[in-house]
Design a binder for this molecule. Structure first.
Ligand code: 9D3
Length: 257
């Protein structure tokens, strides 16, 4: 899969993409990401990408021509026409479902919004506007990185262990169960003044070696956490028979252990 990102902060986007799972996938060639400096598509001496809004008001608006030129150059560089995404507070909210749909595209081009907005005529060249949530950011660079990361993980070969993708909580609609690693017990006086004298212990079931019981415990924890913290997820969660039974029990006796 190939991504193109159009931004006025190419260094910020490139640096972030060079790290971690996505960085390694790019190195291996599983993923291609090209970052384009919007200023490179200006024609004036000062490489101006923004201007004052017609009608007045605060802030600046990204000019349309550099964006049009960038999109033309990106489309011309390749066989298939990319799906063009504009990051914008007015966009469709990014969800796992949206990421999954985008991951079926062979090419995605992401235009990062900035300032108070983008000239409305750019929207004629855009297939989809995407927001990452209802909070105000300074621009579309972080949203573009979030989109690349969430979509890239769904491309076969990007995440080393395919099991982590298949088991991802949001793909199943449940929150994760609690995780522990060594040591099995921490001295409570050092790490947690409010802890009981027994110390900070890993639940016995995880040390038991009883894999059927471990599986059941994890399911129960995942379902009870989801019920407590994100009950909205349960409406569309893909629960198996066992999880549905656990949910029924928890809903009937919410105070039970
Ligand atoms: C809706 C806020 N606008 C009121 C005049 C001003 C404005 C604030 C911040 C316009 C653009 C921005 C920059 N934000 C993005 O470009 C953006 C964004 C975000 O702020 N939150 C979540 N997702 C996104 S995607 C792009």
């Amino acid at each position: 899969m190939r991504f193109d990102v159009v931004t006025i902060f190419p260094a910020m986007v490139e640096q972030a993409l060079s790290a971690g799972i996505v960085g390694r996938a790019i190195e291996r060639g599983t993923l291609a990401v090209r970052v384009h400096d919007l200023r490179a598509f200006t024609t004036d001496r000062h490489h101006v990408v923004d201007d004052v809004p017609y009608g007045g008001g605060p802030g600046m608006v990204l000019k349309p021509e550099p964006i049009f030129r960038a999109l033309d150059a990106i489309a011309a560089d390749g066989e298939t026409a990319p799906t063009v995404i504009l990051t914008s507070p007015q966009g469709t909210r990014l969800t796992q479902e949206v990421a999954t749909r985008l991951s079926r595209s062979a090419r995605l081009t992401i235009v990062c919004g900035r300032y108070e907005g983008v000239d409305e005529r750019v929207r004629g060249r855009v297939d989809e506007e995407i927001s990452i949530g209802d909070y105000v950011l300074s621009g579309g660079e972080l949203p573009a990185l979030v989109i690349v990361d969430s979509v890239a993980r769904l491309i076969p070969g990007v995440v080393g262990d395919e099991r982590s993708v298949a088991e991802d909580s949001f793909s199943r609609g449940l929150l994760d169960f609690p995780q522990y690693t060594r040591p099995a017990e921490l001295a409570s006086d050092r790490w947690d003044e409010s802890a009981p004298a027994a110390g900070l212990k890993v639940p016995d079931v995880l040390l038991s070696g009883n894999h059927a019981e471990i599986r059941r415990w994890r399911k129960r924890e995942a379902v009870s956490r989801t019920l407590a913290r994100r009950p909205d997820l349960l409406a569309s969660a893909a629960l198996d028979d066992e999880e549905r039974e656990i949910l029924r029990q928890l809903a009937a006796a919410p105070e039970a252990p």
